[in-house]
Write a protein that binds this ligand. Structure first.
Ligand code: TMP
Length: 210
């Protein structure tokens, strides 16, 4: 069995990742691929329960270190039960956020030591590293505005963290892309949905479709 491909979508708030992950999954399916579309934190019943605890409540409900540990507990369950078996069974996995989000949100945004995040990555991910990571980039003010129109009163803990936090995330995602050009491609998420999808598809086709 040929292993499936693992594609992750990363970036700040309101970048349109979820819509684009769905459009990519639909296009891959129409090309005859088997696709598991999933998200983090989440993707299993245990990880979705952790997600509810992580995204709801006051901004100081958890310290950034506690968040990193909970994110990694959720991630391990997701890898064991969904991502690794799907890839081994030949399915493509399209995942809305993954390990780079912990590096950006808890590391650059929250101040958790990058060496500690390295250790979590090495100990928890194993071979489950994305084949391709699409980093959705757009000005922070535009992303937060889009997210607030989308979520209204239901704004999450991370959206509420303030402009400086979100600017640190944006810079970190761009730094990750620069450090890992073999895996990461930056997508200009300020364009309209069709233009972004065209860029996503062109990137996937160029990098992953034989
Ligand atoms: P979403 O809004 O993109 O679905 O993601 C849920 C929130 O969780 C989002 O505000 C980013 C945050 N998050 C982290 O802080 N660290 C992580 O490792 C992940 C996967 C998400």
């Amino acid at each position: 069995m040929v292993r499936g491909k693992f594609i992750t979508f990363e970036g700040g708030e309101g970048a349109g990742k979820s819509t684009q992950a769905r459009l990519l999954a639909e296009r891959l399916i129409s090309r005859g691929h088997k696709v598991e579309r999933t998200r983090e934190p989440g993707g299993t019943s245990g990880a979705e329960a952790l997600r509810a605890m992580l995204v709801q409540g006051g901004t100081d409900r958890w310290s950034p270190m506690s968040e990193a540990l909970l994110m990694y507990a959720a991630r391990r369950d997701h890898i064991e039960r969904v991502i690794a078996p799907s890839l081994a069974g030949g399915q493509w996995v399209v995942c809305d956020r993954f390990a780079d989000s912990t590096r950006a949100y808890q590391g650059a945004g929250g101040g958790v030591d990058p060496a500690f995040i390295d250790a979590l990555e090495q100990g928890v991910l194993g071979e489950t590293v994305p084949d391709l990571t699409l980093i959705f980039d757009l000005p922070v003010e535009i992303g937060l505005e889009r997210a607030s129109v989308r979520d209204g009163e239901a704004q999450g803990r991370f959206e509420a963290k303030g402009l400086e936090f979100h600017q640190a995330l944006r810079a970190e995602f761009l730094a990750i892309a620069k450090a890992h050009p073999e895996r990461c491609v930056v997508i200009d998420a300020a364009q309209d949905i069709d233009a972004v999808h065209a860029k996503v598809w062109a990137t996937v086709a160029e990098r992953l479709v034989p």
